[in-house]
Design a protein around this ligand. Structure first.
Ligand SMILES: NC(=O)c1ccc[n+]([C@@H]2O[C@H](COP(=O)([O-])OP(=O)(O)OC[C@H]3O[C@@H](n4cnc5c(N)ncnc54)[C@H](O)[C@@H]3O)[C@@H](O)[C@H]2O)c1
Length: 339
């Protein structure tokens, strides 16, 4: 039995709890949150996709408010780090140093320096560290990567990605809206698409972004063009300045030589391949969502089972680096080179 702990029991902590419950051979034995009222507040957590309204059995695990005590007493094999972003490096490093495998939420850290510290400790400890870039595992996104890599539809000539949300004001002390703790809309939200762009096409040669500030004065909406040597036209747009009734959209259009691949969470059918000849169709995709599938992958890796390499720590770090370049580009209003 893999003994699992969860550090930070807000929206994503509860999501990880739900996912871990679905993994055979694993059990959440401990949860830690600094919030003394976590049991009551759990009923209020919200996020962008779906919800975690599945009842949480607080009697089925030990509840801690002190991470060191949880690490010392709970005999964990693995821990989900689902804390506010600015805490990812220190807590991941502490867990790795204590001999515990770590599944840490994205973004890896607020900056490249934090990512490098995490990579160094993962290497030193020999324990597994995986960053929650769930879009790589999201069934339609994973299928799209397979379709592109198969070469069946020729090359990608253009691609555009969107991730648009109402303003995330739900965090307990509003840490998400504090750019110093979350990295703002570009690092917290838009990085999902930056990472997927990197997954599909590698690190761009340069980026050129424009950004708009929200009511608090921070970057709330970003549009980026990613430059590649073959001149394909790749853009991604991410922002959290949409009005509440808009809710959430994640979508893409990928234009290939012999097909167009479309996805839009708000549309029915969400996922379509339009081939050069014949009708559009919806390919079969894996069951579940990206959160569950990434945790299933992590569980396989820590159990020593063979698993395809979907994401590496260096790639998670590079996604933070690309977003840093995007923010710099938006600020300076000029193209920023990454090569
Ligand atoms: N993969 C995704 O789709 C996705 C979606 C949302 C959030 N996230 C990421 O997940 C992370 C958490 O986001 P969230 O929306 O769950 O935030 P949240 O505010 O809902 O939850 C954070 C929890 O951590 C607790 N906490 C804060 N400081 C603590 C400390 N020192 N010790 C113990 N507990 C502490 C808080 O009390 C809170 O319960 C962020 O890095 C965010 O970017 C990822």
């Amino acid at each position: 039995m893999v003994r699992v702990g969860i550090m930070g029991f807000g929206f994503m902590g509860q999501m990880h709890y739900k996912c871990w419950k679905a993994i055979k051979g694993a059990q959440v034995v401990a949860v830690c949150d600094i919030n003394q009222n976590i049991e009551e507040d759990t009923k209020k957590a919200v996020g962008n996709i779906g919800d975690t309204d599945e009842a949480i059995d607080f009697g089925s695990f030990e509840l801690y408010t002190d991470f060191d005590k949880m690490l010392k007493d709970a005999k964990l094999d693995a821990v989900s780090i689902t804390l506010p972003t600015y805490l990812h490096p220190d807590y991941s490093i502490k867990a790795l140093a204590a001999g515990v495998n770590v599944m840490c939420e994205k973004p890896m850290a607020l900056n490249v320096e934090g990512c490098d510290r995490m990579i160094a400790e993962a290497k030193r400890s020999g324990k597994v560290l995986q960053i929650g870039h769930c879009v790589r595992f999201w069934p339609e996104y994973a299928k799209t990567k397979q379709l592109i890599d198969s070469g069946k539809y020729g090359k990608v000539i253009a691609a555009t990605f969107q991730r648009l949300s109402a303003t995330p004001t739900w965090a307990i002390d509003n840490w998400i809206m504090d750019e110093k703790r979350s990295g703002g809309a570009a690092l917290d939200l838009h990085i999902h698409d930056t990472d997927y762009v990197q997954y599909l096409f590698g690190i761009p040669r340069a980026v050129c972004s424009s950004g708009a500030k929200g009511p608090g004065g921070n970057l709330a909406h970003i549009v980026t063009q990613y430059f590649y040597d073959d001149n394909k036209a790749v853009t991604a747009e991410g922002g959290w300045a949409m009005m509440p009734a808009f809710e959430f959209e994640m979508s893409f259009n990928i234009v290939m030589e012999k097909a167009t691949i479309l996805y839009d969470l708000t549309r029915e059918p969400m996922f379509k391949v339009c081939p050069a000849k014949g009708d559009a169709f919806t390919p079969e995709v894996e069951e579940g969502d990206g959160w569950l599938l990434q945790i299933a992958h992590f569980a396989k890796v820590i159990s020593g089972e063979k698993a395809e390499a979907v994401t590496t720590l260096e790639q998670s770090r590079d996604s933070v680096k690309i977003v840093e370049a995007e923010k710099e580009s938006a600020k300076k209003m000029e193209k920023v080179s990454l090569s």
